[in-house]
Design a protein around this ligand. Structure first.
Ligand code: SD4
Length: 350
């Protein structure tokens, strides 16, 4: 009797799982078949996403591959000496070392990533080579550097005088409190992070944040890229969400793509970008999927969520896009035949 009850219970559970699976599969099939309006399209985080989108568009408009577009796109902020949160001239860690995190995914679900990479501006291109030339997904630290050098990248000094000055200023207090909306020049942190605010240093060049970019090409294929110097003055060896497949970026060519920006620790804990894509698989539109991921962070740590920024950005297979973030101030840039590289304010939880 007991065995029969157990059998029935297991069978019922199996049926429930099966039906959930088939709901998701049916929704995915419907999404994959739906006509795509407005492709090609590229979307990316923050206001510097606009310059990055322009570079991506050069490839997309000629019918090029989304993968090439996202790589070319994010290389723009990586090389920008005025951008202190991505690539060259990124803020260093607390030991004065600039360490970069980046990852990339293509339409086949291939993935490549580097973490804590030093001395190479274009971390995204190294990540792409990891994807294309090795049997691995992720290389870190000195191994990533050696791989880059063996593949023709030149060793550079990424620490610019401005970034070094900001680091030395920070050393006076050595207080590690991430500043919300580092791109928002008028923002005054509520978490007491007043002892060092890079935005207040002379020249006010200390703006912006991680770039995450997702794109769909004329073939309807999706790819994504994410690259950053991570949290300013982090512990040496700290890795954020940006190079972690599923956290800072995820692409499923049947469903959609998502990327994130903000305090990576919170994104990693909910495997944020993968969560957004899986929610889209279940039929959530992009903005709603991003909102659900943000809500998950709030639910996990309500008091911390008030003090930090996290933003998600998503594009589905139908060419629909959306974003959601914790705090006011997150913006994203959209470029397609119909949208002229508009900078859009992400809706926010608080
Ligand atoms: C990180 N998500 O390293 C990145 C950096 C970022 O606001 O977006 N900072 O956690």
């Amino acid at each position: 009797m007991k065995n029969r009850r157990n059998f029935l219970k297991t069978a019922a559970l199996g049926a429930a799982v099966f039906s959930l699976d088939s709901v998701a599969a049916t929704a995915a099939r419907a999404q994959a078949k739906a006509p795509v309006k407005g492709k090609p399209i590229v979307i990316s985080t923050w206001d510097f996403g606009r310059a990055a989108n322009e570079a991506a568009w050069e490839i997309l408009k000629k019918g090029g591959r989304a993968l090439d577009a996202v790589e070319a796109g994010v290389r723009v902020p990586e090389a920008d000496p005025n951008n202190h949160t991505v690539g060259y001239s990124g803020f260093p860690d607390r030991d004065g070392r600039v360490t970069l995190d980046a990852c990339i995914m293509d339409e086949h679900g291939n993935a490549g990533s580097v973490a804590a990479l030093e001395h190479v501006t274009h971390a995204i291109s190294v990540a792409r080579l990891v994807m294309e030339k090795t049997p691995h997904v992720m290389l870190v630290g000195d191994g990533a550097l050696q791989f880059a050098l063996a593949n023709g990248f030149k060793k550079e000094n990424l620490l610019t005088p401005e970034a070094e000055k900001a680091w030395k200023e920070w050393l006076k207090t050595s207080e590690y409190k991430p500043v919300i909306n580092i791109e928002n020049k008028s923002y005054t942190p509520t978490n007491g992070a007043t002892a060092f605010n890079p935005l207040m240093l002379p020249g006010n060049v200390y703006n912006h944040d991680t770039i995450g970019m997702v794109a769909m090409d004329t073939e309807g294929n999706l790819s994504g890229a994410c690259t950053t110097s991570g949290m300013a003055f982090k512990l040496h060896g700290r890795v954020g969400d940006s190079p972690i497949i599923g956290a800072g970026l995820y692409v499923d060519n049947e469903i959609g793509a998502a990327t994130s920006t903000g305090v990576g620790e919170e994104v990693i804990k909910i495997v944020g970008s993968h969560l957004v894509v899986e929610l889209m698989r279940q039929g959530y539109p992009p903005e709603k999927a991003c909102k659900e991921a943000v809500d998950r962070i709030v639910k996990r740590s309500p008091s911390k969520a008030k003090e930090i920024q996290v933003g998600f950005l998503a594009l589905n297979k139908k060419g629909q896009y959306g974003a959601y973030c914790l705090q006011k101030g997150f913006s994203y840039a959209v470029l397609s035949k119909d949208v002229n590289n508009a900078l859009i304010d992400g809706k926010h939880h608080f």
